[in-house]
Design a protein around this ligand. Structure first.
Ligand code: GAP
Length: 524
């Protein structure tokens, strides 16, 4: 059983660094100091992301008769998100550090114990400030630290900004024992403001209205892809002749003004979701939730996340979203801890009922066989695309010592990405770039394979170095065109190449004509 508390910050640092160095993921607007919580996928990252989305779509839409797709707009009508409860309630509790002004998620602050030092204010000569403040000291910390922090806090109010905080006299020091408190900043011990609700949606203006509060001009960037599926449920039903149970799938961007974006792309402000709303009869909701959970776990294994690193959390009563009767969180062992990848939620008939009520238009389903009219219930497997890419990269990253033919050992960095999601499926090398025939054949292989998959041609440096470069970006196969390909050493080997496998580093001879079926078999 894996330790769910285990973290490995050093490994995470190496992954983030490789992602930048090799062009998987960059900080958005890095040139201008970065846009917090936003990321750009580079030439290799975009391939991994596309492969993931395409496989998800193929498996959930194209290979199934009971699911159809949708691509809804990102800009969302205020009425939609009012009906769904997002305008009134999609918020996180937020508080601010009184000293550093850092903004924290109140529900993510670890409870702390210690002695709180309270003050009523401070003076300096004629000047005084009358305001309550407190500092928490953990066991073993010197009480002078509390005084120093308090003076820094009060110095903010002094008109002379160059004054040293040491010059202040503190007023009314008293202490209390604190057990499991979340009222103090774990970073510096400073008192926090009271928690208040912060709506996570990005609000924007539509059109050229000059009135910011004109209700007709207000729109939101969607916080989940699900709502356009609910609001288009009737249209899809009427135009596609689907019968319950059936699903509507969507992949697309969602936006949340997260208070604390963190852990690389894990919690971003702009991210992509892959969601299915699977509509069913009420009596089938709980059973289908369990079935979807199994199906989703299988999906993750099929893209290379091992079952033993996936954990299922049966979210207890009181912790589920207000609309859900049952929710499973699928969690993964990231280097920064075991964290949610996907939620599989039984949303009952909450959303469709709310949209029927608020729009005043019927959204019921008529069952031909039973002649019944009812609002369908829904099971929602909702996966994060960026989180899954991050899980794939974290799982793939390996460093290992290898010994070359001359007995020299070196550190090999290898991304063991599943061939399905690997950004480059095969790299093609002529052994010698000066050999015109080897180059011609290599280019021809590149052209032929390139019609079916992403391939890469490289002729610079020793072949060993070319292998290492590909290992580091997760290319599962390297194809080398050499003198044997030309039939110069053994006529029987003419038109064969060396196929080198990334993980085992084993090499085999394969006929050029067999390359395409061999590779397609591995990557599909
Ligand atoms: N429609 C249901 C829904 O949106 P959610 O649990 O809030 O449920 C679903 O989000 C998934 O979207 C999460 O499991 C996660 O993978 C992804 N996700 C949510 N917030 C995210 C964020 N700030 N950054 C990256 N991914 C996020």
């Amino acid at each position: 059983m894996a330790d769910k508390e285990y973290t490995d910050p050093e490994r995470m640092e190496k992954i983030v660094s490789l992602c930048k160095r090799r062009g998987f993921i960059y900080q958005s607007a890095e040139l201008y100091g970065g846009l917090n919580g936003c990321w750009d996928y580079g030439p290799l990252g975009v391939e991994v992301k596309r492969n993931l989305k395409e496989y998800w779509w193929r498996r959930n839409v194209q290979e199934r008769e009971d699911i159809v797709g949708l691509d809804g707009s990102i800009l969302t009508h205020q009425a939609v998100l009012t009906a769904s409860g997002h305008v009134g309630g999609f918020s996180d509790p937020m508080c601010d550090c009184l000293l550093s002004k850092a903004r924290l998620r109140a529900d993510q602050i670890e409870p702390q114990s210690g002695v709180a030092y309270h003050y009523n204010g401070a003076t300096e000569g004629e000047w005084s400030v009358d305001r309550e403040f407190a500092v928490l000291l953990r066991e073993g910390q010197d009480e002078n630290k509390a005084r120093k922090t308090a003076k820094q806090f009060y110095a903010q109010f002094h008109p002379d900004k160059s004054l040293s905080p040491k010059a202040l006299e503190l007023v009314g020091e008293s202490t209390t024992e604190e057990e499991g408190t979340t009222r103090f900043n774990p970073e510096n011990g400073s008192l926090l403001t009271e928690a208040r609700e912060f709506n996570l949606m990005f609000r924007t203006q539509m059109g050229a209205s000059s009135n910011e509060d004109d209700p007709n001009a207000v729109a939101y960037l969607r916080p989940e892809t699900a709502q356009s599926i609910f609001t288009q449920f009737k249209n899809v039903l009427d135009t596609s002749r689907m019968k319950i149970p059936f699903g509507i799938a969507q992949i697309g961007k969602a936006f949340r003004n997260e208070i604390n974006p963190r852990n690389f792309t894990f919690r971003s402000r702009e991210f992509e979701q892959m969601e299915i709303e699977y509509f069913c009869r009420p009596e089938d909701g709980l059973r289908l939730t369990d079935e979807w959970l199994e199906d989703r776990l299988t999906f993750y294994e099929q893209i290379g996340l091992p079952r033993e690193k996936l954990h299922v959390l049966d979210v207890p009563d009181g912790e589920r979203a207000h609309y859900s009767k049952k929710t499973y969180d699928i969690e993964f062992d990231f280097p920064f801890g075991c964290q949610e990848l996907e939620g599989v939620a039984y949303r009952t008939d909450y959303d469709l009922s709310k949209h029927q009520e608020h729009s005043g238009k019927p959204i019921e389903y008529f069952d031909e066989s039973t002649k019944e009219k009812f609002i369908p219930h829904v099971v929602e497997p909702s996966a994060g695309c960026d989180r899954t890419v991050l899980a794939l990269l974290c799982e793939a990253f390996h460093e290992e010592e290898v010994t070359d033919a001359k007995g020299k050992t070196e550190l090999r960095t290898v991304m063991r990405l599943h061939p399905r999601v690997a950004p480059i499926k095969a790299a093609i090398f002529p052994l010698l770039k000066k050999n015109e025939e080897q180059v011609r054949i290599s280019r021809e292989i590149q052209r032929n394979l390139g019609r079916f998959m992403n391939v890469f041609y490289d002729e610079t440096g020793a072949v060993g170095r070319r292998y290492r470069r590909q290992d580091e970006v997760g290319t599962p196969f390297c194809i080398t065109v050499d003198f044997e390909t030309l039939g110069e050493e053994d006529p029987e080997l003419k038109d064969t190449v060396t196929l080198r496998h990334r993980d085992s580093m084993e090499q085999e001879r394969v006929a050029i004509n067999d390359l395409l079926p061999r590779l397609l078999d591995e990557i599909q």
